[in-house]
Design a protein. Sequence first.
Length: 151
Amino acid sequence: MIATQNNFSGGWVFVMNLIKDRIGTDQSDFSYILTLTHSFSPQWVVFGETQGIQSDYYADNLFRFGGAYLWGKDFQLDTALTFNTKDTPSVFSVNFGMSYRLDFHKDKEIDNGNTIEETSKRSGKKKKKGSKKDAKESTKKPKRDAIDFED
């Protein structure tokens, strides 16, 4: 199986799955699933999908349209309509589903030593609040690194 995901601006995502099953047997088949999704908000998404199946025993093209609503951080409701264009056999189904995510992931806190206190310790400079030097520095004009050309 080869799976790709392409994220585009504006909330569009294109996913492509290419599947070769039972390789090296008399019943080898190839199928693909192409899905285009669009999120309207962090909670609402719609999708359109086509699924093709090709083998010596069965071939079909299925089309699916649906949407999902994220109802909370870990709970999702979804629905889809599936159909094909042939009648041997014809396919028509309506699906409703829900899913709950068990999220046990914890991000590791990374200490890269870039806090203000740690940076000043490494440089050996200690800044005093309200010192005369600070007042002078703030009134000086900044140095210019570039040359100004007049017209």
